[in-house]
Design a protein around this ligand. Structure first.
Ligand SMILES: *Cc1c(COP(=O)(O)O)cnc(C)c1O
Length: 540
């Protein structure tokens, strides 16, 4: 009895107590849900989007490697291995440096610098006719063309378009370079709405297009967490843009013929998507993406669409005119909102020149930065740089105006023929195959029965410089006017290189092959990134 009373009292007391603390518990529970739930949800959503982007295997592997680094001794081991690779990479650049100037000469060297310049120049690789891409001017008219560019530069070396009032000449040249390139890319059919600016190169053109698009989509659609979708074949400049401008980058796979996979891109589009990207052609394999389909997708999903014509802009329009079968790639395609086109590649202009174009002024407005309350005065600047080299703009104008449409048609014909010869020749070499269906001058190839990176090293030892590619392991050669007469020699050396590798004659441990080989097998991309950063940090 007493016990039951005690129990009854206890029951009452505890009920009373519970009633007293109920609001506190509820508040605590609410707090816990409020604080922890979003955290849990965001962790789940992070994990989900990581898996969506990289695949479950990669995410698990990354977690695994991350955990491994915590094991005592492992991170030290990784660091030592990393340093070995970095030393190897650096030894190839730093060992060539002699007569190193590390502070201002006490008394200036005067015109003596010209001797220095000339002697350093001798130490560069013998690049003439040997390097994939790199130097686009070449052939019998090369000397004359370089002189023209240099003269144009010399005439305007003192100019800066930041001071448009002082140098209306440069403002006019820039506007004319933009108009000339726009007219090659379907602007005439768009009632003069297409507009743009010159930049320092393809990367800056892409940076500007992405930045303008981000701000345009924020202003028109209120997108505050911007996302951009690129095919994996798109240039690394989009990664740079995503990092600089805080845009989430989503990378879509390519199809088996290495074109952007439209349905994969479609699946990645959501309410935060500001833009999709296509290349004509892409840098790695020289394959043109399905621009019309991507344009239709962009219109359907109401997102912007940038076409990367950095490489193809001064080839495809002329190849088309010459009768090569080239699907539409420019502003004639509905949905294309911006284009980047490098004048300093196949435009044969001086290095440091490119054009970014927009379908209309509404988008381009967002490229500009106006500062109205700076004590330095009212300030307006179109692109990344403040002061800009007017001399390069004059050089670009001189290149375009001097060559004219007939000049570019003739150049394109010889480039297309040389490229076809290279492609056919590679296909005839036993063991090599060409990747995808290259549309113009970049021919990528791999091998089923030997290590293509060792072939690349064997080519390097014969004085060639090809581009190593990954995923899949392959290399490419980008044909410029430098190579039109060198294709036979290139093919002959390539045939020998493949033979040497197959017969195991080439050195296994030298060159870049082991590094690319290791990079290909390394699932932890963070380590590779650290190596690249340490390398650059050491170089300059
Ligand atoms: C070269 C290239 C770029 C970048 O141009 P840079 O002038 O090197 O900055 C971008 N996209 C493609 C397809 C290119 O070939």
């Amino acid at each position: 009895m007493a016990a039951s009373m005690a129990l009854g009292e206890l029951w009452q007391a505890s009920n009373y107590f519970l009633a007293q603390i109920e609001p506190a518990i509820l508040a605590l529970a609410a707090l816990a849900v409020g604080v922890i739930a979003p955290w849990v949800l965001s962790a789940i959503s992070c994990a989900y989007s990581a898996v969506e982007e990289k695949g479950i295997q990669r995410v698990l592997l990354n977690l695994f490697f991350h955990a491994c680094r915590k094991i005592p001794g492992v991170s030290g081991y990784i660091l030592r291995e990393q340093n070995k690779v970095i030393d190897k990479l650096n030894s190839s650049t730093k060992s060539k440096r002699s007569r190193w100037i590390s502070e201002l000469p006490k008394s200036g060297l005067g015109n003596g610098v010209l001797d220095w310049l000339n002697s350093e120049r001798q130490k560069d690789m013998k690049w003439e006719g040997k390097c994939s891409g790199t130097v686009y001017i070449g052939g019998t008219d090369a000397e004359q063309h370089f002189s023209l560019l240099n003269e144009a530069y010399a005439l305007f070396a003192h100019t800066n378009p930041l001071h448009a009032d002082v140098f209306p000449s440069i403002a006019k040249f820039e506007a004319e370079v933009v108009a000339m390139t726009a007219s090659m890319l379907g602007s005439k059919e768009l009632d003069g709405q297409v507009c743009g600016n010159m930049t320092s190169g393809g990367t800056e053109s892409i940076l500007m297009a992405v930045k303008s698009t981000r701000d345009y989509m924020r202003a028109t659609k209120g997108i505050t967490k911007p996302e951009m979708i690129i095919p994996v074949s798109a240039h690394s400049a989009y990664n740079k843009a995503a990092q600089y401008f805080q845009i989430k980058l989503k990378i879509a796979p390519v199809t088996s013929n290495l074109q952007a996979d439209v349905s994969s891109i479609k699946r990645l589009i959501n309410k935060n998507t500001i833009m999709i990207v296509g290349s004509a052609p892409g840098f790695p394999h020289g394959v043109v993406d399905p621009i019309e389909e991507l344009g239709a997708l962009a219109i359907n999903k109401r997102v912007c669409f940038h076409v990367d014509l950095c490489l193809g802009g001064f080839v495809l329009p002329f190849a088309r005119k010459l009768g090569y079968s080239i699907p539409p790639f420019d502003f004639s395609v509905p949905g294309v909102t911006s284009i980047s086109i490098d004048v300093h590649k196949y435009g044969l202009a001086p290095k440091g020149t490119s054009v970014v174009l927009y379908r209309n002024h509404e988008i381009r407005r967002h490229q500009f930065v106006a500062v109205t309350d700076w004590s330095g005065g009212l300030y307006i600047s179109p692109s990344m740089a403040g002061s800009r080299p007017g001399a390069l703009i004059a050089g670009a104008w001189a290149a375009l105006a001097s060559l004219g449409e007939e000049g570019y048609l003739k150049i394109t014909k010889s480039l297309m023929e040389a490229s076809k010869k290279l492609r056919d020749g590679i296909q005839e070499i036993p063991g090599l195959y060409v990747l995808g269906d290259p549309a113009m001058t970049v021919i990528a190839f791999g091998s089923n029965d030997c290590d293509i990176f060792r072939v690349n090293d064997a080519m390097s030892s014969k004085g060639w410089s090809l581009n190593a590619l990954q995923k899949p392991s392959s290399v490419h050669f980008c044909v410029t006017l430098q190579h039109v007469d060198a294709i036979d020699k290139l093919l002959e050396d390539l045939r020998c290189a493949v033979k040497e590798v197959k017969e195991n004659q080439s050195d296994m441990e030298e060159g870049m092959a082991p590094i690319y080989g290791a990079a290909g097998k390394m699932p932890d991309r963070g380590i590779i990134g650290d190596i690249l950063i340490a390398y650059m940090d050491n170089t300059c």
